[in-house]
Design a protein around this ligand. Structure first.
Ligand SMILES: Cc1cc2nc3c(=O)[nH]c(=O)nc-3n(C[C@H](O)[C@H](O)[C@H](O)COP(=O)(O)OP(=O)(O)OC[C@H]3O[C@@H](n4cnc5c(N)ncnc54)[C@H](O)[C@@H]3O)c2cc1C
Length: 472
């Protein structure tokens, strides 16, 4: 089969690329490995908050660019952010015209653009949480529009490898319903969603012990696009960074504990200690950073969040707005150690006697006297002010990192064309969504956005391909 664009992946990035290109007069085929109309993908089960670095996409470009440079510790240059965010207003208006119904869920600008009807908090991938809601509603609207525009969504079609002729990517070798088949196009778009479902790739790029990193995702991104990019000689960037949250350790074996509740608000108000009862991370750098740092460590499950009753009843109730650790951890009988003294907590958890008590004393002193930057490791305040741990009962929850999506991928130019390490363009090969790296991440775990980047990169990819198809 042949079309102007062959797009690998029918998540938000793939469907945006396909629809925008079809609207501009191109023929399009999406290859989607999922076989049923409600095929799983991250876009379908998403929370639906279309933010950009936890701000509204309508904020001034300069503000967004500076914020991304700051939260990524300089990993993403301001010019790169300004270039991609420049289409923000137009992209939101376009998505509304396709049928997305946005809801404002709080006065904060980051909650201005939340896909409706709102997703419900449910365990694991329980469809009663997402069916007909948020990402699923948007994907359904985009699929219907694609059909009206004459585009093809080829379900049950797994892309296996890229086809190159004369140094140009011209097609995809795939398997449809188990039989080999070939698709040829003027441009091939990788929109396969990253590698968050692949233990082997998580083990290669992120964690020494991938089995101790809980997937809080649809597990459909198997890294096929990354493999194809490597075979094509593309430059990969930011491969060790991911978006995720802190989860209760039992999430590794109990579906009731992912994707919610996350423990980020508790951790950023209090302390995270290892099995020796010592602080070892800067909690003030936020939950995404903490999840990354844990995944990169020798034992991602060697971590406890420790807090007091005051924190449990304040920060514990604000997590993620609507799915707070307090009371969900209690309701689902999650791992929650509770004791009247720190010594008793040490005894209950098996943390060494005296070690946690000493760590808490040093931390309390710093939190009270505002000398937290002098702690070792220092305690910053970007994502939460340290609260002293004083009021019994005291609590501890054993944790593991939860991985939502991978941030690493191929380096691209402003038209989303993949690049080689020497900066040259790989002709015919374009990215959208999580196949692209370098737009978020860094050692600080700077999170820019799953949905906003899928939307913006998809629009840009479609428009640049449509221009070159017309010019040819
Ligand atoms: C629980 C959860 C909550 C989230 N909440 C938010 C939020 O509130 N805000 C936000 O910005 N982001 C959020 N995200 C992240 C966001 O949903 C994703 O980053 C985004 O939807 C990714 O879009 P995508 O199109 O790149 O990838 P995906 O949606 O993963 O789509 C990729 C598609 O490619 C297909 N595919 C993969 N390999 C192949 C192959 N070889 N051949 C054919 N098809 C293939 C897959 O089946 C899949 O359908 C959340 C994610 C999760 C899991």
């Amino acid at each position: 089969m042949e079309a102007d664009l062959i797009i690998i992946g029918g998540g938000l990035a793939g469907l945006v690329t396909a629809n925008r290109a079809a609207e501009l007069g191109c023929s399009v085929i999406i290859l989607e490995q999922g076989a049923t109309p409600d095929y799983p993908c991250n876009s379908r089960v998403t929370g639906g908050v279309v933010h950009f670095a936890t701000e509204s996409l309508l904020e001034p470009l300069d503000f967004l660019a500076k914020k991304v440079a700051r939260i990524t510790g300089g990993f993403v240059a301001p010019e790169k952010t300004s270039s991609i965010a420049a289409d923000g207003k137009r992209a939101l208006e376009w998505l509304i015209a396709q049928g997305t119904k946005f809801v404002q869920t709080s006065p904060h600008p980051r909650h201005r653009w939340v896909m409706g009807p709102l997703r419900l908090p449910r365990h694991g991938l329980d469809p009663t949480g997402w069916r007909g809601r948020a990402g699923d509603a948007t994907l359904r609207a985009l699929t219907a529009k694609l059909k009206e525009r004459g585009g093809i969504l080829s379900l049950g079609t797994k892309a296996r490898s890229l086809i190159f002729e004369n140094n140009r990517c011209v097609g995809v070798a795939a398997e449809k319903d188990g039989a080999p088949t070939t698709f040829r196009g003027k441009a091939i778009v990788l929109a396969d969603g990253g590698f968050q479902g692949s233990d082997a790739m998580i083990g290669r790029f992120i964690a020494k012990q991938p089995g101790k990193v809980q997937r809080r995702n649809a597990a459909t991104g198997m890294g096929d696009g990354i493999r194809m990019l490597e075979e094509a000689g593309a430059k990969l960037v930011g491969m060790k960074y991911f978006y995720g949250h802190l989860l209760a350790r039992d999430a590794l074996k109990r579906e009731q504990l992912w994707p919610y509740p996350t423990l980020d608000a508790l951790a950023t108000a209090s302390i995270v200690v290892n099995g020796r009862g010592e602080r070892f991370l800067d909690e003030g750098m936020g939950g995404v950073y903490l999840a990354n740092a844990l995944a990169w460590s020798d034992d991602p499950t060697d971590a406890w969040v420790v807090f007091d009753d005051e924190i449990w009843n304040k920060a514990g109730r604000t997590e993620a707005g609507f799915v707070s650790a307090n009371p969900v951890l209690v309701n689902v009988k999650g791992p929650l150690f509770k004791a009247d003294s720190l010594a008793a907590l040490e005894s209950d958890t098996g943390l060494p006697a005296g070690a946690l008590t000493a760590t808490v004393a040093a931390y309390n002193d710093a939190a009270t006297n505002k000398t937290n930057p002098q702690l070792s490791p220092p305690r910053s305040t970007e994502y939460g002010t340290p609260q002293p741990i004083l009021k019994a009962p005291f609590y501890a929850v054993p944790m593991c990192p939860g991985l939502t999506f991978t941030m690493g991928g191929g380096d691209v130019d402003a038209d989303m064309r993949f690049l080689r390490p020497d900066g040259s363009v790989i002709e015919g090969l374009v990215g959208a969504g999580k196949s692209i790296g370098g737009l978020e991440g860094g050692e600080t775990g700077g999170y820019v956005g799953g949905l906003s980047l899928a939307l913006l990169t998809g629009m840009r990819a479609a428009e640049s391909i449509a221009r070159s198809v017309k010019a040819a």
